[in-house]
Design a protein around this ligand. Structure first.
Ligand SMILES: Nc1ncnc2c1ncn2[C@@H]1O[C@H](COP(=O)(O)OP(=O)(O)OP(=O)(O)O)[C@@H](O)[C@H]1O
Length: 584
């Protein structure tokens, strides 16, 4: 995917947009943070006052000192309590923000055209939707818990310092811009590397997903070493970016620490000199020194969380880049198909290609009457699956129109359209759930009885009953614990239960043994009655009863008619048929 590059400012503004709905919670977080800081900042003043109650031997005012200690204890307890409340609020806020972001991502996934997934690497997408969002979540929590409090501490300490001794406050404040500019300069550089690191993490994840998915292929072709070498290269690239990012960001902390130590030394030197001159009490000097530490500490905190924050902004930028992918155009007004669908399908002057420069289907015309069985045959790569993709509206045609019961596809609500079709493909779709739930995927309110009935008609009831938990057996992802033939039978049962107006069968019976195939074929014949069906088949023996056979070549229909009529035509179909006949 073309990675959009966002600046930190832009990412931050996007996060604020998400946060808008939680205004009250943010205000509460600010308020609690403010309160915690103010309370903890009164402690140095009280400490100074306490010291001034002990001016020298025999002059101590113990009752005054005790009162101050009690107040300090109370303030300490309150500070801890408010801090706990603030942490709770911040955790809630960060969870809510991430929850919203995840929901938006999943929703957006459904709106993207299938063409987007053709060019996108699944592992990279996975990394955006899991690791990047997680990284973002950690950043938000740190930002609210530490960053915000650190900034408020700096501001409030500066105010307290001014009230206490403005001349010293000015000295300390003069150092602040220096710390700020150094941190900003370095952070900007580090952000570029953090972005690179997130991108490379996505690539590594994508590579890992591919390896896991193709482990048998890798072993069969003894590509283990090549794969490990590639993985090492990917990994090294990612480590390099991480190290570069951390090299820059880790410079910030020592530099600001140095500047803050300088500030502290100046306050101690000048404050000590003023105390010797009698212009400052010892208590005030100790308060000032405590504030100088207090003032410097948040800078160290800020710079140590900056790494995490930048990493989090870089991750958020990848998530936003995904969310900015253009969704399918759904602005056209569509309507639900309320009446029963008869199954009349027509394609009129349809042009389609996956890539602009590579023409595939051109000026395709077809009219299918309700209940007709249309077989689609042709050499590999001629566009049979593409035609099915167009019928299912997985891709919109570049030109021309497809009609269902006389309504142009563009005007039909997507869910209505998809409900009209039932598909059984060579590639089976099963989710990690029970057999029962997998079968009633297309009809969620179906009872166990209905499911069993469909399975009996699809000839899979018998083998399901032999599974360890029967209909309650949980399938692993994509039915990994079943044979290919069994998986296909389950998919057939699912479509039988759904009872759609139009069937799409793509090499549906290719992985089933001959005996089962005969049974399934008869069940299909039963199901085909009164239903429109498109059958993509390589074995011409299975489609001889079709009402019409479309012979495709290079994206076009070159011959069309019944099996006998096509044989008589003596054309490409006959050639195909004879070559298969001879081969068998
Ligand atoms: N998602 C895609 N992106 C780009 N090109 C594609 C895509 N899917 C298929 N193609 C190309 O479109 C052409 C038609 O492919 P299609 O899958 O429709 O052929 P087919 O007739 O179903 O082949 P087979 O019998 O081998 O399944 C092929 O040249 C293929 O490379």
């Amino acid at each position: 995917m073309e990675e959009k590059i966002y600046t930190q400012g832009k990412v931050f503004r996007r996060i604020l947009q998400y946060a808008k709905v939680y205004k009250l919670w943010i205000f509460l977080s600010f308020f609690l943070s403010f309160l915690t800081v103010v309370l903890s900042l009164t402690l140095p003043i009280l400490m100074g006052k306490g010291i001034d109650h002990l001016p020298g031997k025999g002059k101590a005012d113990f009752s005054g000192l005790f009162r101050i200690l009690l107040i300090m204890l109370l303030i300490l307890v309150l500070t801890v309590f408010f801090q706990w409340c603030m942490n709770q609020v911040n955790t809630y806020l960060s969870y809510k923000l991430v929850e919203d972001l995840r929901r938006n991502c999943i929703h957006h996934m459904q709106k993207l055209p299938i063409a987007y997934y053709d060019k996108e690497k699944p592992g990279d997408l996975l990394s955006r939707l899991t690791t990047d969002i997680e990284q973002f979540s950690q950043g938000i929590l740190m930002g609210l818990n530490q960053f915000l409090q650190a900034v408020l501490t700096v501001i409030e300490t500066a105010v307290f310092l001014f009230i206490l001794e403005w001349k010293i406050a000015v000295i300390l404040l003069l150092i602040t811009p220096l710390s700020y500019f150094i941190a900003k300069f370095i952070a900007k550089r580090a952000y570029i590397y953090f972005q690179r690191q997130s991108k490379e993490r996505g690539e590594t994840s994508s590579f890992t997903t591919e390896v896991v998915g193709n482990i048998k292929l890798i072993q069969a072709f003894q590509k283990e070493e090549d794969m490990e070498k590639l993985y090492r290269e990917n990994n090294e690239k990612m480590s390099r970016s991480s190290m570069q990012a951390n090299f820059y960001s880790s410079l910030v902390n020592p530099l600001t620490r140095f500047l803050n130590a300088l500030g502290y030394a100046l306050v101690a030197g000048i404050g000590g000199y003023l105390a010797i001159l009698g212009m400052l009490s010892v208590g005030s000097l100790s308060s000032l020194l405590a504030y100088a530490t207090q003032y410097a500490k948040p800078f160290n905190d800020i710079t140590s969380v900056v790494t995490e924050l930048q990493n989090s902004l870089a991750s958020a930028s990848r998530v936003f880049s995904f969310l900015d992918e253009k969704p399918m155009d759904r602005t056209k007004e569509t309507q639900e198909l309320r009446t029963e669908i008869s199954g009349k399908v027509a394609l009129s002057h349809v042009d389609f290609s996956y890539q602009k420069e590579q023409k595939l289907i051109t000026d395709f015309n077809l009219e299918v009457e309700p209940g007709q069985t249309i077989a689609i045959v042709g050499p590999t790569g001629c566009g049979k699956t593409t035609l099915i993709n167009l019928l299912m509206r997985f891709y919109p045609p570049n030109q021309g129109e497809i009609y269902l019961d006389g309504f142009p596809y563009e005007k039909i609500e997507e869910a209505s359209l998809r409900r009209a079709y039932g598909m059984v493909l060579q590639e089976t779709w099963l989710k990690s759930d029970t057999v029962f739930e997998n079968i009633r995927y297309g009809k969620e309110d179906a009872s166990l009885e209905e499911v069993r009935e469909a399975c009996k008609r699809a000839h899979c009831h018998h083998f399901i009953m032999q599974l360890p938990k029967g209909y309650d057996m949980v399938l692993s992802e994509d039915g990994g614990n079943l044979s290919q033939g069994q998986k296909q039978l389950l998919c057939i049962a699912r479509v039988m239960l759904m009872d759609p107006a139009i069937l799409i069968l793509d090499e549906a019976t290719s992985s089933i043994d001959t005996r089962t195939e005969q049974k399934v074929q008869s069940a299909f014949q039963e199901m085909l009655k009164g239903r429109t069906a498109f059958i993509v088949a390589h074995r011409l023996s299975t489609i001889q009863n079709a009402d019409c056979i479309l012979v495709m070549k290079d994206g076009n229909i070159i011959e069309k008619g019944s099996h006998n009529a096509l044989l008589q035509e003596n054309g490409f179909y006959k050639e195909l048929y004879e070559s298969q006949f001879q081969a068998s």
